[in-house]
Design a protein around this ligand. Structure first.
Ligand SMILES: NC(=O)C1=CN([C@@H]2O[C@H](COP(=O)(O)OP(=O)(O)OC[C@H]3O[C@@H](n4cnc5c(N)ncnc54)[C@H](O)[C@@H]3O)[C@@H](O)[C@H]2O)C=CC1
Ligand SMILES: O=C(O)C1=NCCCC1
Length: 316
């Protein structure tokens, strides 16, 4: 008989998803993805339906990993102009891979925030100078916060610089981060001498120039996930060693890649698998557009733990 699916809220996801456990899982998953058929990951490039009338987009992201035997689909709406609602709203539908039944509907906004920061942390682990002290966040929204938390797993930053379109949003985030945070008045000021730069804005034209970036810095380029959106200027993409989450997806979805005509040196999974070098002494860019496999692995951890301890969560 068909069972009603569980509903797992964003609050519950945050309690259940351990960042270190997720980092290990996503690192393995990105490696498996880059092994092709042998890795057992099935993940088509996402379908994006533009809702032009309302300046929004709907993404549909199915994925399966045979290693964990996990099957899920994320439905994600991204509306850059939302003001009173989050710009990203998402739901992950977790299905039983043995028979297709729907096991759970999991809040996908929280999963998207957490797993994207962790995917960047995996790239940073391999591509940034191990002696990184200055972090810059360009953008001060949901992803800026999750990236800060994820990167703290790897580095203790002396200074966290923040630039955003509105100074008020940067100031709010700086207050949350505490005394290491510094609000900057320009991108140039924010990135000067920075070891790690994270671009998590909704910019559609380049905001980060090559001449401002310290040679040897590592950049996680996370925004600009449409073919005509950009955060990094062409010369920065061309002069850096460019890594990506998925070559197939970035070649179709990333304006920074497509419009600069840069070469992609490797998928981060190829570095994890030891097939390509981690050239961390050079200026490196990790171009992330987001992968279904990251959602699948996050949802699997959440669902399994929920089934073990879910009923006790409310008491915590
Ligand atoms: N690669 C991936 O897997 C994912 C990428 N994203 C992308 O990451 C970016 C950030 O997402 P969220 O933090 O959830 O959005 P958000 O709406 O919470 O925050 C966006 C921030 O960027 C700032 N901003 C907007 N335009 C700017 C500009 N031109 N210059 C500087 N700052 C600007 C806003 O003031 C705000 O602080 C978006 O482009 C989003 O589509 C989101 C989820 C997953
Ligand atoms: O991977 C995701 O999830 C997203 N990527 C790009 C923007 C929308 C959400």
């Amino acid at each position: 008989m068909l069972q009603a699916p569980k509903y797992i809220s964003g609050e519950e996801v945050e309690k259940l998803l351990d960042l270190k456990e997720l980092l290990t899982s996503i690192e393995t998953g990105l490696g498996n993805y880059s092994k092709g058929k042998d890795g057992g990951v099935v993940q088509p490039v996402r379908l994006v339906v533009p809702i032009e009338k309302h300046h929004g987009n709907l993404g549909v992201m199915p994925g399966y990993s045979s290693f964990e035997d996990a099957l899920a689909t994320k439905v994600v709406a991204f509306y850059p102009e939302n003001k009173d609602l989050p710009t990203h709203q998402a739901w992950v539908l977790m299905q039983d891979p043995t028979n297709g039944s729907l096991n759970a509907i999991i809040d996908g906004g929280s999963i998207t925030a957490i797993r994207t920061g962790i995917a960047s942390a995996v790239a940073t682990k391999h591509l940034a100078n191990p002696n990184s002290h200055i972090l810059t966040l360009l953008g001060a929204g949901v992803q800026a916060r999750s990236h800060f938390k994820a990167l703290l797993l790897l580095h203790k930053f002396d200074e966290v610089r923040i630039f955003s379109r509105t100074r008020a949003s940067a100031q709010k985030l700086a207050k949350e981060i505490g005394k290491t945070a510094k609000v900057c008045s320009s991108v140039e000021e924010a990135v000067e001498d920075a070891d790690i730069i994270v671009t998590v804005s909704f910019a559609t034209t380049p905001i980060l120039k090559a001449e401002w970036v310290k040679p040897g810095a590592h950049i996680n380029a996370v925004g600009a996930c449409r073919p005509d959106w950009r955060e990094l200027e062409s010369s920065l993409m061309q002069q850096s060693v460019v890594y990506c989450d998925s070559r197939e997806a970035c070649s179709q979805e990333s304006g920074d890649v497509i419009l600069s005509g840069c070469d992609i040196y490797a998928e981060i999974g190829e570095v994890i698998n030891g097939e390509k070098l981690a050239l961390w002494e050079k200026t490196t860019v990790f171009k992330s557009v987001g992968m279904a496999i990251e959602d699948v692995l996050s949802a699997k951890i959440v669902f399994d733990k929920y089934m073990r301890i879910g009923s006790t969560l409310a008491e915590k």
